[in-house]
Design a protein around this ligand. Sequence first.
Ligand code: G6P
Length: 372
Amino acid sequence: SAAQKGGFASFMDKEIHDQPSAVADTLRGRLDERGKLKLDEGIIAETVLGAVDKIIVVACGTAFYAGMVAKYAIEHWTRIPVEVELAHEFRYRDPVLSVRTLVVAFSQSGETMDTIMAVRHAQQQGAPVVAIINVQGSTIAREADAVLYTRAGPEIAVASTKAFLAQIAASYLLGIYLAELRGNKFPDEIAALLAELNEMPAKIQLVLDTSEPVRELAHSMVNERTVLFLGRHIGYPVALEGALKLKELAYIHAEGFAAGELKHGPIALIEPGQPVFIVLPSPRGKEVLHSKVISNIQEVRARGARTFVIAEEGDTEAAHYADHLFTVPQTPTLLMPLLTVVPLQIFALELASAKGFDVDQPRNLAKSVTVE
Ligand code: G6P
């Protein structure tokens, strides 16, 4: 009903606007000042977690992209190798697992059958499983060895938004905790990170408050046939998620690419007028990464692409190469996905709405796929 949508035209619009509180609730009270995390249900002994030599994330859909984001952050903070795998591929390829492999299942519903089967397979091989789940008491939450709940609240729209941000926030907590357990070598860095994390809800709110230009842009693009998304480093999964949202909601062919891969194939797709969204990393402390993506923007622009750049505030170079520039508040590169994905969610929502589609119930999709 209209009341349940809180005055928004759709559940999805409401859920996009719930994101500051979804992230705040997921973070609140979870870590003490030393970075020690309390898991919600079940237990994995600290001796087991401290001895982990490999992490494998299993998930499907949007949750899989949250897992890709987590990989960049967790590997950097903990130095533990992290693999991210689609649950249905993991299950049927005889993965190498041991008691020292921590399997982390990401799922909003906790009922995705592909992910359930992956969890069961991991447990049969003796690997401990932590689940990052939104729905309390769901199958994966019950079967996993320990659970870290995302506190995004009920997500009704089929396409996931606030659960994605909450999954990323929860995975950061897990990463900081594992770093701490292994003898945190950078206490100042962790303390600074925790402070930055606590500022994220207000920064996400700022992105929402300045999203009108994205909405206007979407209305001007209802006739596009193909939209491409580029990202590098932790912006790569954001590009993939931006493309997925557009496919799911607006039924427009959309693809996300690693920006560095452009020259190895996808650049052949660029023709005059082709819209390309680019998720630009921060130039602060990541100058090389930033300049590589700037080069990628120049490459597609030289071939006639229209460029839509998501950059951080104060990035003076970005404006030179963007036909349309959208900025997000400054934050450390590893936290940027919590901000940069928001304009892409809004773009897909608005474009689909402008085409008259039901954004809460896209055709052919189910909120939770309970068959393999
Ligand atoms: C379905 C939904 C997607 C979701 C995926 C994983 O395909 O349509 O939006 O990302 O399942 O769902 P889960 O509940 O496991 O996060």
